[in-house]
Design a protein around this ligand. Structure first.
Ligand SMILES: Nc1ncnc2c1ncn2[C@@H]1O[C@H](COP(=O)(O)OP(=O)(O)OP(=O)(O)O)[C@@H](O)[C@H]1O
Ligand SMILES: [Mg+2]
Length: 350
């Protein structure tokens, strides 16, 4: 078992707080992602779990053991870095064998284990190549094999896909997720790519300036963002100004520039804005239904399966809508239209 508990951990450099009293429990076998923009503290937090950085305050537990001050090499974690950090003068086989040699496994055991691991990551045919003779995706597989061969209790990965091209990144998501599921290992994955986080994780901690903004499943984070930060970072929601709001039974009546709509989500307080994802907005030629808001088409971009619109509201602000090709009436720039907001739109903390 390997459960990680982060208790009130703070990391400061001089006067600057990088991680701010952060608490988190990562369950055994979980694929857990630290997500957030550049500089929010993802790498710092991961390196504290790995043991490369010591927290200024707080505790780290691996199961019930306090590992806050345990040196990195005694933590039984495997780490995969963004730049792979392979030994350039060692073959694929020797790169992967490294951790076993340090642990004094016999040559016979090493041959067997490395052979099996290379098969698992799809590199069984390339044991004698050097890193310089491999593609980016192959190098990343070597790095994964090298981390997993020592059967770590926790696999830590810091943006392992960011040096790969778009197509390979998507393939390697499945490779990593599958390896993690097969070995039932607790994995912590760092990325700033929301799609990567949504597609791979059991749970995601969205970080904002060294704190957790929201901790949730991918579905929860997408469907029920709690803040404008989360709504914007995941799925690029439009954040529409809320002029006033009134709660009525199970719905909230919300005044936005140009009119009034009704949303079902609970209201987070007076400082709220409306988070409306582009796919949750409809564009219509008339206001025959209640709750449609007038807007002017700024431009339409045709993308085959859908069209994206930029639309100007009464206060001059612009919002984006994605309309599936089947429902798209191809409104020209300058057209007067009316917008509907689906029940998936939510009030979030501004
Ligand atoms: N050794 C250090 N001394 C001072 N400040 C540091 C140090 N290491 C990191 N920082 C600062 O801490 C903040 C968080 O850095 P960190 O590397 O954890 O961010 P990140 O979320 O991993 O970003 P990225 O997505 O760019 O990798 C940054 O503002 C960075 O400049
Ligand atoms: Mg980083």
């Amino acid at each position: 078992m390997a459960r990680i508990t982060i208790e009130n951990v703070t990391k400061r450099y001089g006067d600057v707080t990088i991680i701010d009293r952060l608490s988190l429990a990562i369950e055994h076998g979980e694929f857990f992602t630290l997500l957030g923009p550049s500089g929010c503290g993802k790498t710092t937090l991961l390196r504290m779990i790995a043991g490369f950085i010591i927290p200024s305050e707080g505790r780290l537990l691996l199961d019930d053991e306090d590992i806050t001050r345990l040196p990195a090499h005694k933590r039984e974690t495997g780490m995969v870095f963004q730049d792979y950090a392979l030994f350039p003068d060692k073959t694929v086989f020797d790169n992967v064998a490294y951790g076993l040699r340090v642990r004094r496994f016999s040559n016979q055991q090493i041959k067997e284990k490395v052979g099996q691991m290379l098969e698992r990551v799809g590199l069984g045919h390339l044991p004698t190549r050097y890193p310089g003779e491999l593609s980016g995706g192959q190098r990343q597989r070597v790095a994964l094999a090298r981390a997993l061969i020592i059967e770590p209790r926790v696999l830590l990965m810091d943006e392992p896909l960011s040096n790969l091209d778009a197509k390979l990144r998507i393939q390697m998501r499945d490779v990593i997720r599958q390896l993690q599921q097969e070995s039932k290992i607790t994995a912590i994955f760092v990325t700033h790519d929301q799609e990567e986080a949504l597609s791979m994780s059991d749970r995601i901690a969205l970080l904002r300036q060294g704190k957790i903004d929201q901790l949730d499943t991918p579905e929860g984070l997408y469907a029920r963002p709690g803040t404008s930060y989360a709504a914007d970072f995941i799925g690029a929601a439009n954040l529409v100004k809320v002029l006033s709001q009134q709660t009525h039974d199970h719905s909230v009546l919300v005044d936005i520039p140009g009119g009034r709509i009704s949303v079902s989500a609970p209201t987070p307080g007076p400082e709220a804005c409306l988070a409306a994802r582009p796919e949750h907005i409809g564009v219509h030629s008339d206001n025959s239904q209640p709750g449609r808001i007038p807007a002017t088409v700024v431009f339409r971009r045709y993308l085959g399966f859908k069209a994206t619109y930029a639309l100007e509201l009464a206060d001059g602000s612009t919002i984006n809508a994605d309309i599936p090709a089947a429902h798209d009436a191809a409104y020209a720039p300058g057209s007067q239209v009316f917008l509907s907001f689906s029940q998936a739109c939510r009030l979030v903390a501004a």
